[in-house]
Ligand binder design. Structure first.
Ligand SMILES: [Fe+2]
Ligand SMILES: [Fe+2]
Length: 371
């Protein structure tokens, strides 16, 4: 086994030889382990009282156990799909009438579309890795017994998300792109901050809200039934994760001194500002001859970009308000971002149990196994 220590994430794409050729087919000598070290001053706690303090959190934990889908068994990897028609619904490409795009051959346009999808899905993959590590930190630093159990089940959920996005990228796209620097910055902040509640806010409200918005946008725009299946399964889990965050944080944040609440409100605002503008990667666009800044701007202003922002802020803003982080001092800043009007939309504090408890739509292998 070769291990390479690096001081930051890769900056270039990685390609895989054949669609569907997975790393686990390689011999151990072929695999290079690339590690980037981070240090965190984690303050953990034991809990010596095993009583359930919060029945909602316990119920979410029970659902997590019950709906442990399996990326191998519950996803139909053999579903028919013609890659030559492109990964997304027609008409959504923000560059469809851009001269650089118009000058490409049909084959090149299709290749661009797949690479562009891989660029977005790679962010899902890297974000899921971050989520898995933060969830594992929450097991130690969550202050109550039921939250520790819940965080442990979430850690396993996130591991399955890493697995399934990694598999899809290799299976369908044959390429993986590096983490977006702004996403990496957010993950670094959450992973290395010593305050447990900041990790909770960062992961359970901000990153989980971001993930749900991105998955919803993707589920609506993809043509690939395989990707839609995957997103449906992943979103089921993420729905629980956000519900956990909002329900758990509300009481804890209220109990903090005002100055500490302000600090956290400011952090949430800064994260939202990054999510609104900075998470659009443009490595692929540059590869295909677009100007980086123009491509970024056009992606942000596109129909897909707008749909993403609506999904993002219509749940993020009411959730922040519910947990007490939409303070008077940050409200004008959110107003300037143009998203304060979501303030009174429905929050994830009212858990939609019916949708979280709905049976899973499982794939053919699981159905055969059950017969
Ligand atoms: Fe996840
Ligand atoms: Fe999650």
């Amino acid at each position: 086994m070769k291990v390479k220590l690096v001081s930051g994430p890769p900056t270039t794409a990685r390609t895989f030889k054949e669609p569907g050729e997975l790393a686990d087919k390689l011999s151990p000598e072929d695999v290079e382990i690339v590690r980037e070290i981070f240090k965190t001053p984690l303050t953990g706690s034991y809990n010596w009282d095993y009583e359930v303090a919060n029945s909602k959190i316990r119920r979410l934990y029970e659902l997590g156990k019950k709906f442990n889908w399996d990326a191998q068994m519950d996803v139909d990897w053999e579903v028919d799909f013609d890659k030559s028609e492109g990964p997304s619904q027609a008409g959504l490409n923000p560059f469809h009438d851009h001269p650089v795009y118009l000058a490409m051959s049909e084959e090149k346009k299709n290749e661009y579309a797949w690479r562009s999808l891989a660029q977005v899905l790679s962010q899902f993959l890297h974000g899921e890795q971050g989520a898995m590590m933060v969830a594992s930190q929450l097991v130690s630093c969550a202050p109550t017994y039921d939250a520790k159990l819940y965080a442990a089940s979430q850690t396993f959920d996130e591991a399955r998300h890493v697995e399934v996005f990694n598999k899809y990228l290799r299976f369908r796209c044959s390429v993986e792109y590096p983490v977006n620097p702004s996403l990496k910055l957010l993950l670094d902040k959450i992973l290395t901050d010593e305050r447990w509640d900041l990790k909770f806010i960062g992961m359970q409200v901000l990153i989980e809200g971001l993930a749900l918005a991105a998955f919803q946008t993707m589920a609506q725009t993809t043509r690939d039934p395989l990707l839609r299946q995957i997103l449906t399964l992943v979103m089921r889990d993420e729905g629980r994760h956000v519900a956990f965050g909002v329900n758990y944080l509300e009481d804890w944040i209220k109990a903090l001194p005002e100055a500490e609440i302000e600090e956290r409100a400011q952090f949430a605002y800064e994260a939202c500002a990054i999510m609104r503008e900075r998470l659009f990667s443009t490595i692929v666009e540059e590869e295909f001859g677009f100007d980086r800044e123009e491509a970024r701007r056009m992606s942000i202003d596109s129909q897909g970009g707008q749909a993403f922002r609506n999904f993002l802020f219509e749940r993020m803003i009411p959730n922040l308000k519910r947990v007490g982080l939409l303070t008077e001092s940050v409200k004008p800043k959110f107003e300037a971002l143009g998203v304060l009007h979501y303030e009174n939309a429905a929050t994830d504090a009212e858990i939609d149990w019916a949708s979280l408890e709905r049976p899973l739509e499982t794939g053919p292998i699981r159905q055969v196994a059950a017969e």
